[in-house]
Design a protein around this ligand. Structure first.
Ligand SMILES: CC(C)(COP(=O)(O)OP(=O)(O)OC[C@H]1O[C@@H](n2cnc3c(N)ncnc32)[C@H](O)[C@@H]1OP(=O)(O)O)[C@@H](O)C(=O)NCCC(=O)NCCS
Length: 200
């Protein structure tokens, strides 16, 4: 857990041009505090301690405006900018070195059971106000523009998606305009299924 937190601290320095030094980051970067509290609540959630993880998550939301379910799996080097209004659901999975801005929702549609929330690959940026709903896969090295909506659609690796409904506007560095494909949502094992999906 401590190694992961150190990566999270480095992620603030890497991603936030306003971050002057590590002391300032540790004292003043509220979304980092939210991530740290999540790392702790996730560990005690995994141990199987009841109620306390959700209680910590509730306090976290009260203090930082960031709501992360204790069961959500988040990779190292995670960076949230500004933070307020971020919602990350119970079965969401986030790869390494991802960036999320304020008012992003990684939520469910209300129609699914078990795996209900998005799975993000590595190096994914999700712009402010973006809404990602359902058990969908977002590939590696993806940028999702501010105010983009992606509902029950998968996103391939190495692309940029913008708009409502989200469309691919950049793929492997080239400008394109491609509709997203319907989510292959029969997955229950998150990252493992994502790897299978990518190698299909
Ligand atoms: C999507 C984004 C990451 C840029 O990615 P990119 O791969 O460099 O994409 P480009 O800038 O080349 O834009 C590609 C096209 O999408 C359009 N576009 C970019 N972002 C968009 C958005 N959020 N909504 C709608 N269209 C958008 C561009 O105007 C461009 O259109 P064009 O092909 O007609 O010229 C960036 O625009 C963005 O939305 N970042 C979010 C940052 C954020 O949330 N900041 C909050 C700070 S407080």
């Amino acid at each position: 857990m401590f190694k992961t937190i150190i990566e999270d601290i480095k992620a603030v320095k890497r991603n936030d041009p306003a971050a002057k030094n590590y002391v300032e980051v540790l004292l003043c970067h509220t979304p980092l505090h939210a991530i740290m509290m999540h790392r702790f609540s996730h560990v005690i959630n995994n141990i199987g301690i009841p109620i306390l993880p959700r209680f910590i998550s509730a306090i976290n939301r009260f203090l930082t405006g960031v709501e992360i379910h204790p069961a959500a799996k988040i990779g190292k080097g995670f960076f949230i900018d500004h933070g307020t209004g971020v919602v990350i659901g119970e079965t969401a999975e986030i790869g390494d070195n991802c960036v999320i801005f304020h008012n992003v929702t990684l939520g469910g549609t209300g129609k699914h059971i078990d795996k209900r929330h998005p799975t993000l690959g590595n190096n994914v940026l999700v712009g402010t106000g973006a809404i990602l709903l359902g058990p969908i896969f977002i590939g590696n090295n993806v940028k999702i523009g501010a105010d983009t909506t992606i509902i029950m659609k998968d996103v391939p690796s190495n692309c940029t998606v913008v708009g409502t409904p989200g469309q691919i506007v950049r793929l492997n560095g080239k400008k394109v305009r491609i509709k997203l494909k319907k989510a292959a949502y029969k997955h229950t094992n998150g990252i493992k299924d994502k790897l299978a999906w990518e190698t299909k």
